[in-house]
Design a protein around this ligand. Sequence first.
Ligand code: ASP
Length: 591
Amino acid sequence: MTETAFRTHGAGVLTEDHVGQQVTLAGWVHRRRDLGAIVFLDLRDYEGLVQLSCDPEWTPPEVLTLASTLGAETVVQVKGEVVRRPEPGRDQKMRSRNVEVHVVSLRVLSLALTPPVPVSRKEGEELPAEERRLRYRVLDLRRTELQHNLRLRHELLQMARSTLCARGFLEIETPILTKPTPEGARDYLVPSRVHAGEFYALPQSPQIYKQLLMVAGFDRYFQIARCFRDEDLRADRQPEFTQIDLEASFVGREDVFPVVEDVLAALWRVAGHEAIGSFPQLSWHEAMERFGTDKPDLRFGLELEDWTDMVSSTDCAPFLAESLQEGRLRGIRLSEKDAVSRRELEVLTDLAKAEGAGGLLWMRRADNEWAGQGAKLLGGTFRAAMAGTVGEMLLAVSGPDRVTSPALHVVRRWLGARTAAGHEVAHAFAWIVDFPLFERDPATGAHVPAHHPFTAPHPDDVPFLTRDPGRCRAQHYDVVYNGHELGSGSIRITDATVQETIFGLLGLTPEECQRRFGFLLEALQMGAPPHGGFALGFDRIAMLLAGASSLRDVIAFPKTTAARALFEHAPTPLTDAELAAVHLALRPESE
Ligand code: ASP
């Protein structure tokens, strides 16, 4: 479609092969330079940039006059001849840098206000503040980086589709106006006009629908699904986001894994990265033990160690003895070349404290002795028992795992980022398996599903369901990549009684179960095949593969971290009449 009613060629594709040709181009005025009687314009379109030269020698006077008035971002159509440039353009990335177009006619197709955010920037010129760019998103989207990101996103989506289609997965759309699907966040609610006082919910994920499709015999489903979660504000979360969602029947996790690995390998290939292969598996427990997180970055070592047994409560500092009563001493060993400076120690201590640690213990091996604040506090028994080579450094945190794990995880992550250039692998994928089925709500202490309530318990742990739910492992699995979670999934509960038990553990009465999930429980009793699936967080994948630093850079019209759309101004207040139409009235703020 490059050749249309308005143009014969794309601007950015013109090269020396086109020299001598008469072309018609259409696009935006990227930049204008007036050199006395001569006017140079950079014309930008979907294909890129080309220089237009308006010179009295070949350009009629009225065209020259018009050219000299054109503001940035005016939409024009030009005709002229492609000519070799006396000197190639300096921008090495510009495909058309060896040619220019000698303009003979020029037509303004659409005028533009002075752009409130510039599309063309000088080298080194900073971008305007993001809020401003989101406010004028149509201009910001004209930037090369965002044009590139959205095209990559498109290619990734097509690749995900074709890979799943080739494996016999069927693309089926599920409703956007739904009954709530709990995935751990609040629902966005939509009032019904036709049924006063009743509400739809936007899907947090197509979870229940995809399970129903399995019961309905579709065997393999996928969807590029838009999901909505009304969560408290968190950096780099979007209230609506895209998942590559899939589900299959008569499968165990060993059947799901290769499908997901295939999709990811295909997506990574789109971005120019070859051969990923199958991913190593790590139990949740092992990940927490070795890395302090269930999203470990496996590009580097610096694994956590447990040094509790080396400390004697009689000769360490009393506060440490106390913290070790129900906790552990865990730490990271740094070789001499990785050792950190005093100033860096301060940074790391602040990071550990922000995760709830009392502080960061550190020591360094000098000659045959451990020296430093930690060596003193941990006492003689520890110093004698702890082996080490000269120059080595130990960083440690004491306390319960819920403190030492996150504290050492952030320390390790910081250390890993510092040595990023020395990573032996660039792409470290892994499966994290055997998650706990429940976790405790920090506020209420109640059991809540670690993921969603449709995850099947580990077959060996079903007896614990009622006796000791905290011990129950889930048939849940995540894919992690370089310290990011790319997606998660599980084998599902297909036994209505087990499903009811889980709902009961979550505090739902049998009546509430029926009211909220009766349709699922009923379907599970109509011959439900064993099934399981997965969902990949597509925005994050696109972000990582585009090398972008924010999800907002791979979404055409994103929300801010405060869940606002700055361009189109949403959410927005409604008039009383508009509210009344859906049977709603606002309560005064104070009530
Ligand atoms: N529905 C889950 C989610 O959105 C994914 C899954 O279990 O397949 O995280």
